[in-house]
Ligand binder design. Structure first.
Ligand code: SF4
Ligand code: SF4
Length: 309
């Protein structure tokens, strides 16, 4: 099957890219659970844009470590013959929210992921890889050099003293910069469609107006940080990897590794996953902090938090 981009209207590249992503989700045969259900892995996406010159990229680098790329660094690495300055670049970021029946199935899981969830981790992510390639190809056809950082041959996971491990690029951080959400206690990204999701991004030499960030800090959508309540993800985690101090990546990684045997034995394919902390919690499918949710709906910054009585 081939995909045809709609005619680009001058100055409307953001809309064209949103439509390109929606069309690919609707039409690609790779959007599949790879089972007998005939269900797609994904049914929609949230899309946001951030400037390559946004100071947040440098802040990420300083926080995560020198190995963490800015958009300009990975663009220049992959396109040394097509020079650009950070201001020429846009990061296109998307979030693929888990479908309702996948979330429902994983809500019942107590230790290892439901089959549907494990399928989105493997086959849904294979589609996400295809989507990254598709967006890069279409941009390049239209004369906009582009790269999907996660698919760059130099992308790597690096041991980090502060984070246990970290990588050259983070899809969730790109989505945060592109106005799509903020982080929860469990490290997941809480978006207007909740925290049960996968994310992707592409860096391109193209000018698109950045998506506003309707949040005042990087944890504004999590009840634990905004209202000192909740903590439901702590109880959902079968590996005790989440506490009031945050997310223990090493414990989480070990549990994901252990899930491989279960997925193979119970579901009959090579896969893994968990995501128990992403479902059965107030942030599963939306923003649980009322003031932040309403501010986003109005397209305004939320009011400053009231001091606790
Ligand atoms: S379950 Fe509660 S504490 Fe955990 S990330 Fe969601 S809102 Fe925050
Ligand atoms: S923190 Fe990791 S191990 Fe715990 S529920 Fe979330 S994904 Fe599973």
């Amino acid at each position: 099957m081939s995909f045809h981009a709609k005619e680009v209207q001058p100055g409307n590249d953001g809309e064209w890219i949103r439509e390109t992503i929606a069309d690919f989700i609707a039409q690609s045969p790779e959007n599949t659970m790879a089972d007998n259900s005939g269900d797609p892995a994904w049914d929609s996406a949230l899309v946001g844009f951030a400037s390559g010159a946004d100071p947040m990229w440098q802040q990420f680098k300083e926080y995560v470590g020198p190995f963490h790329w800015t958009p300009w660094e990975i663009y220049t690495q992959m396109h040394p013959d097509k020079p650009a300055i950070p201001w020429d670049l846009t990061v296109i970021s998307w979030v693929l929210p888990q479908r309702q029946d996948v979330r429902k199935a994983n809500r019942r899981a107590k230790k290892y992921p439901a089959e549907q969830w494990a399928r989105t981790r493997i086959y849904g992510e294979a589609f996400n890889v295809a989507l990254r390639r598709h967006v890069v190809d279409l941009l390049q056809e239209k004369g906009h050099p582009a790269v999907a950082p996660m698919l760059a041959p130099t992308w790597a996971v690096v041991k980090s003293q502060r984070f246990s491990y970290a990588s050259s690029w983070s899809e969730r951080h790109a989505a945060h910069a592109a106005g799509l959400g903020t982080f929860g206690l469990c490290d997941g990204l809480i978006t207007a469609r909740g925290k049960a999701l996968r994310a992707g991004s592409v860096v391109a030499r193209i000018s698109i107006e950045p998506t506003p960030r309707y949040y005042t800090n990087h944890r504004a959508y999590c009840l634990f940080f905004a209202e000192n309540t909740c903590g439901k993800c702590i109880d959902r985690c079968p590996a005790r990897a989440i506490t009031e101090a945050g997310h223990d990546k090493e414990k989480c990684r070990k549990h994901l590794t252990a899930s491989r045997e279960h997925v193979k034995k119970a579901y009959g394919f090579d896969g893994y996953g968990c995501g128990l902390c992403q479902v059965g919690v107030p942030c599963e499918a939306g923003i649980p902090v009322k003031s932040a949710r309403e501010a986003l709906e109005r397209g305004e910054l939320p009011p400053p938090p009231q001091p606790l009585a």
